[in-house]
Design a protein around this ligand. Structure first.
Ligand SMILES: *[C@@H]1O[C@H](CO)[C@@H](O)[C@H](O)[C@H]1NC(C)=O
Length: 327
């Protein structure tokens, strides 16, 4: 993200400076101006290229180093007082809170075996231990603090379960359709599940597989059989997948890492001061990786005063925190 921003900013600066130079010169000075403009442009260009290269490599090195957990200096956890891991769960990559019932649906895996099979991270060893293919579908009750691991009734025995994003659609106040991204060894798919609040079972209904859903990550449900799904890469596996990973600065697998929850909100200053940024971003929670490592999702339930944080590769998969002050 940061790298992309740098590119567009550099382009805009150059365009502005070129047109500014030519329009402010009289015709007699045109030749001189043009040549000085070219020289200036070349210099600007080289500076821009240098700056860009430096920025790109700096970001790449920095993100790689940070991803690996080195040279982080003094890290002071922020707002983690009162955070408690939910025992027995690892690597909960997504959490979806159903606010009316106070139930949270979470997809949790095995932190260690996920390093061998998790296509979104480029880990595609199909001979990984069986625990890599037996993720849990969890329903956590925010009110009681208890959870149940749900069997998916009707899912053929031996089907890989490697869950990622979840989307929930309310067919009625109590009847839910749940879409779950599943990175099976036979391909990444979206599983359609149904759950009725208060019922003891989650039912598997059908599987959606399509060429356009090749590296699915997260889902926003819009109907009983409609949803938006994001693909996080162009290539599912193979050499190009790794080239892509390097371009994104995420070529190395993230195994441990500090985690941060940030909040983006409207900047009230922007209404009176046009030059002020329209949004402000605040860190509301930060951890050095001892409690929350490789966090990927934070879900807030204001009514019950809880924030749930899930991790992609953490041995503590689901952490429950009080809602941080500024969140
Ligand atoms: C894949 O996983 C199996 C089982 O853990 C292991 O024996 C094998 O060496 C792994 N293959 C690669 C290429 O890492």
């Amino acid at each position: 993200m940061a790298a992309k921003k740098t590119v567009s900013k550099t382009t805009i600066t150059r365009k502005t400076s070129t047109s500014g130079t030519s329009s402010s010169k009289s015709s007699g000075d045109a030749k001189k101006a043009a040549s000085s403009s070219i020289t200036k442009d070349l210099i600007l260009g080289s500076v821009a290229v240098l700056a860009l290269t430096a920025a790109l490599s700096y970001n790449f090195v920095k993100s790689t180093v940070v991803d690996m957990g080195f040279f982080l200096g003094d890290l002071h956890p922020l707002n983690t007082a009162g955070c408690e891991p939910v025992k027995g769960l690892q690597a909960c990559e997504d959490i979806h809170i159903h606010h009316a019932s106070g139930l949270a649906f979470a997809t949790c895996g095995n932190a260690e075996s996920r390093k061998s099979w998790y296509p979104p991270m480029g880990a595609t060893n199909a001979s990984a231990s069986e625990s890599a293919f037996q993720d849990k579908f969890v329903i956590y009750d925010i009110t009681s603090g208890e959870y149940e691991v749900k069997e998916l009734v009707g899912l053929p025995a031996g089907t890989d379960r490697v869950f990622h994003g979840l989307g929930v659609f309310e067919r009625s106040a109590t009847e839910l359709t749940i879409f779950a991204v599943n990175h099976r060894r036979t391909g990444s798919v979206v599983e359609v599940l149904e759950y009725t609040i208060g019922s003891s079972e989650v039912r598997y209904i059908e599987t959606i597989q399509h060429d356009l859903i090749h590296t699915p990550n997260d889902i926003v449900a819009t109907g009983p059989r409609s949803f938006y799904v994001t693909n996080d890469h162009l290539h599912h596996s193979g050499p190009m997948r790794h080239v892509e990973g390097l371009q994104n600065g995420h070529g190395l697998q993230v195994i441990v890492g500090p985690s941060k929850v940030v909040k983006l909100s409207k900047n009230p200053l922007a209404e009176t001061l046009p030059s002020a940024p329209r949004h402000v971003v605040d860190t509301v929670l930060f951890d050095d990786g001892n409690l929350i490592s490789t966090g990927t999702v934070a879900a807030v339930d204001r009514k019950r005063g809880a924030m749930l944080v899930g991790t992609a590769f953490g041995t503590l998969g689901l952490i429950r925190c009080p809602i941080p002050k500024s969140a």
